[in-house]
Design a protein around this ligand. Structure first.
Ligand code: CU
Length: 130
């Protein structure tokens, strides 16, 4: 794929996320059944591989493994007691909701910890602002 096409996809994803957050902001907090974000785990990549979050604000993310192998999503540099389920492995075809909540701003890298996956490019980051 040409670099130009990749940037177009990234830009489009960014717009979709902004729209989703804006539409949620316009609603009251009445039992949101779907999260504002989703990450697809494919063979050796996360799509999208970046998310935005705010300190102290829980972010629901739906993880779906559309690959043919097992994958996980792990924040190696963080110790987050509330990160339930994120470190467990998803089988092919499996979907799971997780909630991320960060207590520090910054760029928090996540990886797939299965052998060789991160080295092959299966990494991403959550950009956390105050
Ligand atoms: Cu993986």
């Amino acid at each position: 794929m040409k670099p130009v096409a990749r940037w177009a996809i990234v830009a489009l994803v960014g717009v979709v996320l902004v729209v989703a957050i804006a539409s949620l902001a316009g609603q009251s907090l009445t039992g949101a059944s779907s999260g504002p974000a989703a990450i697809v785990l494919e063979d050796l990549r996360f799509t999208p591989n970046r998310l935005d979050a705010k300190v102290g604000v829980p972010l629901s993310v739906r993880l779906t493994n559309q690959g043919t192998q097992q994958h996980d999503l792990n924040f190696p540099s963080l110790h987050m007691p509330s990160l339930q389920g994120v470190e467990s492995v998803l089988a092919p075809g499996e979907t799971r909701m997780v909630t991320l909540e960060f207590d520090q701003p910054g760029t928090h890298t996540f990886i797939c910890t299965l052998p060789g996956h991160a080295a092959a490019g299966m990494t991403g980051a959550v950009y956390v602002s105050q």
